[in-house]
Design a protein around this ligand. Structure first.
Ligand SMILES: [Zn+2]
Length: 512
């Protein structure tokens, strides 16, 4: 008596189809499960036995073997309970084997036979659809999430009994349809650039940063409005394409942050982790690796406020993902890769008291200023494209009525146009934004005229630039030229781009 059912397991943020086979034969009574199982999957045996008993099925006094394949993939998570229970019932001829063909099952069982939700269902359903399944049986808690994938039947279930009933009769349990709540936009940005008085340079830098998806660092005294401006950034982020929405939704689904959502992730994320966050919390990890904050910020913004308060080691782990746009976590059982293509926006005080270089107010000693600045390593600083000095808001700007400022909606319209320009420019390549142009392609996408070359050569020597910063300046200049509607990068675009680098040079060199 043999049976086979399909389920799926998460590998990183994608899923793989797994076959669960059961064989019941005469011999010494025992129940064994094989196939590279994590401990929680091994425990599944006791849950399944008890859940079956409480649903009215005693396991036969025979030799029961359950095998998971492919054998080289480690199986983890509690989602295997339901497939194991059903494959045993099928081997016992208690449910129809024919009906199980092309059906993907996933769910955790309680001893009573109830079915609990699991993480990562969105990704599993996508995988099942690609594998040609026609139906997915998922926990009712995950039903909404699963139904976001069109073109495949989704059956939400709450108990083992319901699954058996469905498999034998094809009838779904009838639920009272929940009254559809009014669909409200989730985490609607609540800050608007119209609330920001003054800060022209900073407003401009934010627009440049988001237009070309460049990393931005704001340095300035406390109370200058760095955090406030950063919190306006979500309101100018352009919409995501469907593929981007699905990829981001998969990340959130794997992290268990997706239940009860009625739609895909439609807005670009803006993550704002506290400075006490651990390295693992930031990049992801764990025994069964899960995405961290940088992956939750994928295709959006990672905002690190009080940058110098983060532990230096925590910041250093950002370097590799910022370069590769993904994070790789190696484990004995395989290598996991999570996307992490985010824009870094960071804010910091220039010294402990926050007023350097205003020496009339700053009372920090040179060594203490240096220690403060040293918390950011040069390699990390090299990965920042725009560095802006923020000054306190002047009195004139303070009393100006809010209505006089340009609103986020207008800025966002321009940003959307910039993203469109870049989409057309990089058509057919895997480059998405100006900030991601590889150094070897710079000549092609950002050619400089003779005059501009001479200017950059002079600046290269004068400012003692590195190759990396030189490339960053050219990329930022490309974005500025786009915003200007110019086909070619001219000297004034380069000048503005250099102006965003001059400041960090000054700060860090003064104290070195
Ligand atoms: Zn100070």
């Amino acid at each position: 008596m043999y049976s086979l059912v399909h389920t799926a397991t998460i590998c990183g943020i994608d899923s793989m189809m797994i076959s669960v086979e059961a064989d019941i034969s005469n011999g010494m009574p025992m129940f064994s499960m094989v196939g590279f199982l994590a401990s929680e999957v091994k425990e599944s045996r006791d849950r399944v036995r008890t859940a079956l008993k409480n649903t009215g099925f005693e396991l036969p006094v025979k030799r029961i073997t359950v095998n998971f394949s492919p054998a080289n993939i480690r199986k983890s998570g509690a989602g295997f309970d339901l497939p194991v229970a059903i494959t045993i019932l099928a081997a016992m001829n208690e449910v129809s084997r024919e009906r199980l063909e092309q059906v993907m099952l996933v769910g955790e069982l309680s001893l009573e036979g109830k079915i609990f939700g699991v993480s990562g269902v969105l990704s599993m359903v996508l995988c099942a659809k690609e594998a040609g399944m026609r139906c997915c049986i998922v926990p009712r808690e995950n039903e909404r999430e699963a139904k976001l994938i069109p073109g495949i039947d989704i059956i939400g279930v709450t108990s083992l009994g319901e699954v058996i009933w469905f498999l034998n009769t094809g009838e779904k349990a009838i639920y009272e349809e929940e009254t559809p709540e009014e669909k409200k936009e989730q985490n609607l940005p609540c800050h608007n650039f119209s609330e920001i008085n003054g800060q022209q340079l900073l407003r401009r830098a934010c627009e440049v940063a988001i237009s070309g998806m460049h990393n931005l660092l704001m340095v300035g005294p406390p109370g200058a409005g760095k955090t406030m401006v950063a919190k306006c950034i979500p309101s100018i982020l352009p919409p995501m394409t469907l593929e981007e929405q699905i990829e981001l939704s998969k990340i959130y689904s794997v992290c268990g942050l997706f239940r009860e959502r009625e739609s895909l992730m439609e807005q670009r994320p803006f993550r704002n982790p506290h400075h006490t966050i651990s390295e693992q919390g930031l990049t992801g990890g764990g025994k069964e690796p899960k995405p961290g904050e940088i992956s939750l910020a994928h295709s959006g913004v990672l905002f690190l406020d009080e940058l110098t308060e983060f532990r230096k080691n925590t910041l250093e782990v950002l370097r590799q993902p910022m370069e590769d746009k993904e994070v790789t976590i190696a484990r004995v059982n395989g290598t996991y890769c999570f996307p992490a293509n985010f824009v870094l926006v960071a804010a910091m005080n220039p010294c402990n008291c926050g007023y350097y270089p205003d020496m009339s107010r700053c009372h920090c000693s040179q060594p203490s200023i240096q220690r403060h600045m040293d918390k950011l390593s040069q390699p990390l600083l090299d990965r920042i494209d725009l560095c802006v000095e923020v000054s306190a808001v002047g009195y004139d700007d303070l009393i100006r009525p809010g209505g006089a400022n340009e609103s986020s909606e207008e800025i966002r319209r321009r940003v959307i146009r910039m993203h469109q320009i870049q989409k057309e420019r990089f058509e057919g390549t895997d480059i998405l934004f100006n900030s991601r142009i590889p150094a070897r392609e710079l000549q092609r996408y950002c050619p400089l005229g003779e005059k501009e070359m001479a200017y950059m050569e002079a600046m290269y020597k004068k400012m003692d630039l590195t190759a990396r910063t030189y490339h960053k300046i050219v990329r930022v200049a490309r974005t500025i030229a786009d915003m200007d509607g110019a086909k070619n990068i001219s000297r004034k675009h380069l000048q503005e781009a250099i102006c965003y680098r001059g400041m960090d040079k000054r700060y860090w060199e003064n104290c070195l």
